[in-house]
Design a protein around this ligand. Structure first.
Ligand code: FAD
Ligand code: SIN
Length: 539
């Protein structure tokens, strides 16, 4: 039974969701004639949960007017994207970069400055030909997340629901192409409620948890992508899952990233015997785009039989390292590695979902009144490989844009207060939780082994067979038993995995993040285009 109608439900409290909520509340505050829109802001865990909190390197934007330019940022993004970026999206995002940073600063986010001056310190990362990454030491995401969350308190019109998990979107019975709310599971008491809203925004992050090794927090289970797919949205370019080249290799270090900004400041990759190797793969060496660096590491690990390679920043002074990378310094020291004196053992891990729910430049999806923002969305910005630090930028630019569009549309719609209630009258409690834990593990392991950094037709086929089995098993389970958070996430991960496998099977070439031994060359004649999957209900 629903409790109230909202103007907007925003699922996700990362950079994307918070930008939509705050921009909408702030735009409306200046409109003193109207009541502020009622906003529900939802997180399946605590409000800070999500990839945003862990972002290290920073946000890319053209802030150095002397050495950098919009055209240069555009060109670097297009180069990294290997022919598949949408030029209009790239231009739109980058032209709004400076404005996005100014907005963050206005919200109270504090970025690092040059040691002696008043200028912001700009660092470099792979693919960038200029220093253009503004950051808060090596904890940029924490500064953004905490800065924006603090602002929420100023708006009573924003109601935060933490520990609530969006299960599925609700479409209008009269118009199956319009979203009118969603089903929400209160994970503390396992109750499902229907929540009506004029507009719904999916800002649920990516799907990198589909892989066994990932830099991402547990929240990245592709929920928004799976919900949008079930509701009839097209999903694009899921084969382009980005693997970050350098995550800490240590048995106790779950998902800890070693920022690309270390390589931006000159850190070198080495084999365990100290040999440098990046010059063999790309003339940009350690600052080549991520797909190239991750593949080079994977190749060298397989060639030498080593479980990791090393990243060495000891050429920098201890003071510089501690000032610029305090989080990484402390975390590594906690594992007995003093990065001011010794190299860091690193391995690649799944990091970013370049594909997602197709949207236009306003964040609108194929379903009316449904938006997708941030890592959940496919705007065309990243092409076949996202350039470092362009994703937080995308979250802010598109989050603010969507808020403006939603504000203008609010008076056109009525909230539909009577939604079809969640029906769990025919299901029972499960005594077979092992089905969920076993399948989580199996899925993530075969995705890593069969659909990872280097692919092959045969392995993709094996992955597809397994996904079909898992899907049947978990769908049966879903129909028979009361739902819980783990089951919903597993069901969504299976959908995300299926979308990745099907997209990878369609792309019979190698481009950007998709590399296959069966088609090792780029084939512009047949594949200079997005891989677009259309849900069955639309075919
Ligand atoms: P997230 O920040 O992941 O937030 C997702 C939100 O959705 C969470 O609140 C979660 O609880 C909620 N949610 C998910 N599913 C549901 C559901 N079913 N119901 C309710 N709530 C749900 N990018 C950069 O540009 N620069 C960087 O320096 C950088 N560093 C990174 C470092 C790390 C370790 C990682 C993991 C990523 C990094 N990235 C970086 C990528 C960037 O952080 C993410 O792409 C970005 O933060 C995604 O923001 P988001 O708002 O889309 O999603
Ligand atoms: C990093 O700091 O290396 C992550 C940057 C990103 O993913 O954009």
């Amino acid at each position: 039974m629903n409790t109230q109608c909202f103007d907007v439900i925003i699922v996700g409290t990362g950079a994307a969701g918070l930008s939509v909520a705050l921009e909408l509340a702030q735009l409306s505050a200046s409109d003193s004639n109207k009541r502020p829109p009622k906003i529900a802001l939802i997180s399946k865990g605590s409000v800070t949960n999500g990839s945003t909190l862990y972002a290290q390197g920073g946000i890319a934007a053209v802030l150095d007017e002397v050495n950098d330019s919009t055209e240069s940022h555009i060109e670097d993004t297009l180069n990294a994207g290997a022919g598949l970026c949408h030029p209009d999206t790239v231009r739109y995002t980058i032209e709004h970069g400076r404005e996005a940073i100014e907005w963050l600063i206005k919200q109270g986010v504090i970025f690092s400055r040059e040691q002696k001056g008043t200028q912001y310190h700009l660092t470099r990362e792979g693919g960038h030909t200029q220093r253009r990454v503004i950051h808060a030491a090596d904890a940029t995401g924490k500064a953004i997340s905490e800065g924006l969350i603090e602002r929420l308190n100023e708006y009573t019109s924003i109601k935060v629901f933490d520990h609530h998990l969006a299960v599925d979107l609700i479409l209008s019975p009269e118009n199956k192409n319009q979203c009118i709310g969603l089903y929400l599971l209160d994970t503390k008491n396992n109750k499902v409620m229907d929540v009506p809203a004029k507009f719904t925004v999916l800002a649920t992050g990516g799907a990198s948890k589909v892989y066994l090794y990932t830099s991402n927090p547990d929240t990245s289970t592709g929920d928004g992508i799976a919900m949008a797919w079930r509701a009839g949205c097209r999903i694009a370019n899921m084969e382009f899952n980005q693997f970050h080249p350098t995550c800490l290799y240590h048995p106790k270090a779950k998902s800890f990233l070693i920022s690309e900004a270390l390589r931006g400041e000159g850190a070198k990759l080495k084999l365990p015997d100290g040999t440098l190797f990046m010059h063999k793969f790309d003339k940009r060496e350690e600052l080549a785009p991520r797909d190239i660096v991750a593949r080079a590491i994977d190749y060298e690990m397989k060639r030498t039989g080593s479980d990791f390679v090393y990243l060495d920043i000891t050429h920098k002074s201890p003071d510089f390292i501690k000032e610029h990378f305090p989080t990484i310094y402390k975390r590594c020291l906690g594992f007995g590695i003093d990065i001011t004196r010794e190299a860091i053992p690193v391995v690649p891990a799944a990091h970013y979902t370049c594909g997602g729910v197709m949207t236009n430049l306003e964040g609108q999806t194929d379903v009316a009144n449904l938006f997708a923002i941030g890592e959940t969305a496919f705007t065309g910005l990243h092409g076949a490989n996202r350039m470092a630090s362009n994703s937080l930028l995308e979250c802010i630019v598109f989050g603010r844009r969507a808020a403006q569009v939603i504000k203008n549309g609010l008076s056109e719609y009525e909230c539909e207060p009577l939604l079809p209630p969640w029906d769990d009258s025919r299901v029972t409690g499960s005594e077979e939780e092992v089905v969920i834990t076993h399948n989580w593990d199996e899925l993530r392991r075969f995705m890593w082994n069969y659909v990872g950094i280097v692919r092959k037709n045969k392995r993709l086929l094996l992955a597809r067979q397994r996904i079909n089995l898992l899907k049947r098993e978990v769908d049966d389970y879903y129909r028979q038993y009361l739902i819980n958070g783990d089951l919903i996430e597993l069901r969504n991960l299976i959908t995300a995995a299926e979308l990745i496998i099907n997209s990878a099977m369609q792309r019979k070439e190698s481009r950007g993040l998709h590399y296959t031994l069966d088609y090792p060359y780029t084939d512009d004649k047949n594949f200079l285009k997005d891989t677009i999957l259309v849900p069955e209900i639309k075919t």
